[in-house]
Design a protein around this ligand. Structure first.
Ligand code: PLP
Length: 373
């Protein structure tokens, strides 16, 4: 970052390309496009998929609102696929049923956004097979999943998707303060993303209309309506140095997750299920309280942990229950597995600097809250 400050560019300079190249190499994708946030990345990915008014986009109800909002930015309808009660990712069974139904009614979605909740990849091969059968574009929301693998590939390789979007917000696995990345293997999508990231402007004479012929070297053309969704060189430099530490961060997260698994065994909680095809990035460690065998409520346990200074969280409030989405016609009861999950889920503190003593304290406080009263 100091080098960037001393250089000629603090934005639109060479650090961005270096970050993109390092990211493409890491994930195994052909192309990477750095953007100002994952939200911007999701918006651009939807635009590059030609999502617009009259189209539909589907995602999971258990995600951050940005996974759904990107469809609304394109004036598309948004709908949800209920979650799998085991992985908490969108359910392949529900997806299959919903696609079959949508085909009959001629309401198939143009885009599907599977979200790799907590860093565990969705069942991408099965999702991809269905998406191909029904002609649906796939954009992976991998905001939690940098450093994760699916089968033998890193998430972001886009083996089973058109594009993958990552977040570098400070709460995520690596950070650039704000920032995001889109990966793809399609040259056509890559060119579109690059253009849309900067106002829809091109300086490539091959892409310009005829009127460019007699213009000088100052000339550029705006071909479509794009945005300023750029990341800065300062942030990209931070991203490059963070990327070097990524595998170490994820390894530590796995070690801590394993300690939780041991420390929480035999308590009335469901521990994170890991599908055999996946290597999670463990962005989150989510437990579910077996509320039927507890005297305390979910809220009591959550507030009890907070009262003891433990920074627990709840990922996420089902998106379809947000007032904005209710105003679009969704209602309580629409996605029962997601709503049931929300009644029981708690994210425990998990980050590479979490000490063994701190983690033991989390386990002990939880243990004392959950013991029969
Ligand atoms: C954090 C997050 C986003 C948004 O990321 P920003 O970089 O803050 O825009 C989108 N989707 C999910 C699942 C996230 O966790």
């Amino acid at each position: 970052m100091v080098d960037v400050l001393r250089s000629d560019f603090i934005t639109q300079g060479p650090a961005i390309q270096a970050f993109e190249d390092a990211f493409a190499t890491y994930t195994g994708a052909k192309y990477a496009v750095a953007v100002s946030s994952a939200t911007a990345g999701l918006h651009l990915a939807c635009l590059a998929s030609s999502l617009s008014s009259g189209d539909t986009m589907w995602t999971s109800p258990i995600t951050f609102v940005a996974s759904a909002n990107c469809g609304r930015y394109c004036n598309a309808e948004v709908d949800f696929v209920d979650i799998d009660p085991c992985t908490y990712n969108l359910s392949v069974n529900e997806l299959e049923k919903k696609l079959r139904h949508a085909k009959e009614k001629n309401t198939l979605p143009k885009v599907l956004i599977p979200v790799h909740l907590s860093g565990q990849p969705c069942e991408m091969e099965a999702i991809h097979t269905l998406a191909k059968e029904y002609g649906v574009h796939i954009i992976e929301d991998a905001s939690h999943a940098i450093g994760a693998s699916y089968q033998s590939n890193k998430v972001g390789a886009c083996q089973f998707s058109d594009m993958t979007v990552f977040s570098f917000h400070p709460v995520k696995i690596i950070t650039t303060a704000e920032g995001g990345m889109i990966t793809t293997n399609s040259k056509e999508l890559y060119d579109k993303l690059i253009r849309l990231r900067t106002h829809g402007i091109t300086r490539d004479p091959k892409l310009m209309t005829e009127s460019a012929q007699n213009e000088g070297s100052w000339y550029y053309q705006q071909l479509e309506l794009g945005f300023n969704y750029r990341i800065t060189d300062l942030q990209a430099a931070l991203g490059c140095s963070q990327l070097k530490r990524l595998d170490e961060f994820v390894t530590t997260r796995h070690q801590l997750a394993k300690r939780y698994n041991t420390g929480l065994a035999n308590l009335p909680v469901t521990l994170p299920f890991q599908h055999h095809d996946t290597y999670s990035a463990y962005h989150l460690y989510i437990i579910r309280l077996q509320t039927e065998s507890l005297t305390l409520t979910h809220k009591d346990v959550f507030e009890g942990l907070r009262a003891n200074g433990i920074g627990v969280n709840l990922h996420y409030i089902p998106v379809h229950t947000q007032p904005y989405y209710q105003s679009l016609g969704f209602k309580q009861g629409d996605f029962p597995n997601a709503e049931h999950y929300y009644q029981e889920a708690i994210s425990l503190p998990l980050y590479p600097d979490l000490s063994v003593a701190e983690q033991d304290r989390v386990i002990n406080v939880l243990r004392s809250l959950l013991k029969p009263h």
